[in-house]
Design a protein around this ligand. Structure first.
Ligand code: NDP
Length: 446
């Protein structure tokens, strides 16, 4: 049951941001779990930390004009929401997808604040992107878009101000084009973006980090149930950066990934997904997951991605997009014996789905903890850039593993300290919030 304080914060957020359902959903999820914190620490209410934390420090919206291969002028909209800098420079990815709007970028930026705090690295939270759709565009079109996007963004970011990275639709190619334009406009070679190529300041293991980190976190969830990956059937949605490297790590630990998807549909391969084929289709050819069944006759392809949750599994990892797993899908997972769900994507489970997992004693790893490995490794990339040196893959991976273990410990400890033992979602919200709240309190009303 929520308190009058929580109700009044939520009412203000809803009335100020009426057309932003994803942002309201993300705020509600965090603020409702802060009730025990407010009771224990009345100064948080007095200093209006929660009221301040739900309001972005700065929001930049801009026009992104570019010329397509036919010579037509195209106009997209660019966003950068600099949400909270109490712990360090704003940090968070850029998303290129036709569904992008201000509310989506705000929900992602808000989540990022707490996620980044959990990593215990010195980074604040932000997010950005555009409604540009890279699908079906030539390399030259993507480059012209990225150059136009950066021609405005560059004046708002910097290695000690705001350090963007990738997200949906932004991988190594896009980061390269964005970085080149930033360098040209500022005449400086700095660590202003992460996820860079290895030839110009990128970190080993950044590509793998979110997926690997998700698996390290889930390993701890399984261990707490006396289980491990050996022989586990795993269903993963998406087939992008996060999904592919989560699958890679699971296979190396003895798990069997039997299904993957994209926005068109999903594949099931009872023999275990052939990851080399998926990498070729998705990373090299930029194709569709449907093509997998062409040279894997025993695999099946089903049109539409929502049905993937009906594939029986022990562990489910939603790694595509927000609200992709609803209450109905959660009930099917539970019925089929799923014991653990961990979120690789941001806010992929609806509130009804989360409720179902918690009520059914399914171990649930919330996004802001479970997928924090990417941004944690981005912070390690910033660190290497500042020092002008490069760590080995093993060194970065070991640090990532340590950070994910530490995040798990923080979530568990906070869930126990605030009366919700085992509820890692509440634990993540509380532990992340307390870290930001402490810094905001020390820095005064700014
Ligand atoms: P990619 O662009 O590499 O891959 C995204 C995957 O999800 C693709 O398979 C894509 O299918 C699918 N997808 C995207 N949008 C939708 C949609 N609306 N409906 C169904 N499927 C969809 O992105 P990432 O792997 O980097 O990101 C995936 C998720 O992980 C996002 O929620 C992102 O915010 C989150 N995340 C990513 C991090 C990173 O380091 N990359 C860090 C932390 C979180 P299709 O190709 O058909 O569009």
């Amino acid at each position: 049951m929520s308190s009058a304080f929580v109700d009044s914060v939520l009412a203000a957020v809803i009335s100020r941001n009426p057309a932003e359902p994803e942002f309201i959903q993300a705020v509600r999820e965090v603020v409702e779990s802060l009730d025990p914190v407010i009771r224990k620490k009345p100064e948080i209410a007095r200093l209006k930390i929660v009221e301040r934390i739900v309001e972005p420090e700065r929001q930049v919206l801009f026009r992104v004009p570019w010329v397509d291969d036919k010579g037509e002028i195209q106009i997209n909209r660019g966003f950068r929401v600099q949400f909270n800098s109490a712990l360090g420079p704003y940090k968070g990815g850029l998303r290129l997808h036709p569904s992008v709007n201000l509310g989506i970028i705000k929900f992602l930026g808000f989540e990022q604040v707490f996620k980044n705090a959990l990593t215990t690295t010195p980074i604040g939270g932000g997010k950005g992107g555009s409604d540009f759709d890279p699908k079906g565009k030539s390399d030259n079109e993507v480059m012209r878009f990225c150059q136009s996007f950066m021609s405005e963004l560059f004046r708002h970011i910097g290695p000690d101000t705001d350090v963007p990275a990738g997200d949906i639709g932004v991988g190594g190619r896009e980061i390269g084009y964005l970085y080149g334009q930033y360098k040209k406009l500022t005449n400086s070679f700095t660590g202003v973006l992460t996820g860079k190529g290895l030839s110009y300041g990128g970190s080993l293991a950044r590509t793998e980090a979110t997926g690997y980190g998700l698996v390290y976190f889930t390993s701890r969830m399984l261990r707490d149930r006396g289980a491990d990956w050996q022989g586990k059937r795993v269903v993963i949605s998406g087939s992008g950066n996060v999904a592919i490297y989560a699958a890679e790590k699971i296979q190396s630990l003895g798990g069997k990934v039997v299904a993957l998807s994209d926005s068109g549909g999903y594949i099931v391969d009872e023999e275990g997904i052939d990851l080399a084929a998926v990498k070729r289709i998705k990373e090299v050819e930029r194709g569709r997951i449907k093509e997998y069944s062409g040279d894997h006759p025993k695999a099946s392809y089903t049109e539409g991605c929502a049905g993937i949750w009906a594939v029986p599994c022990d562990v489910a990892l939603p790694c595509a997009t927000q609200n992709e797993l609803d209450g109905k899908a959660a009930a099917i997972l539970v019925k089929n014996g799923c014991i653990a769900v961990a979120e690789g994507a941001n806010m992929p489970s609806t509130p009804e789905a989360v409720e179902c997992f918690l009520a059914s004693k399914v171990s649930f790893g919330p996004a802001k903890a479970a997928n924090a490995g990417g941004v944690a490794t981005s912070a390690l990339e910033m660190c290497q850039n500042s020092m002008r040196l490069a760590w080995t893959f093993e060194e970065v991976d070991a640090r990532l593993h340590g950070i994910m273990d530490n995040i798990y410990d923080q979530c568990r400890a906070a869930s126990e300290a605030y009366g919700a033992p085992g509820n890692l979602a509440a634990g993540a919200n509380i532990a992340g919030f307390l870290r930001v709240a402490e810094a905001m309190t020390a820095q005064g009303v700014v």
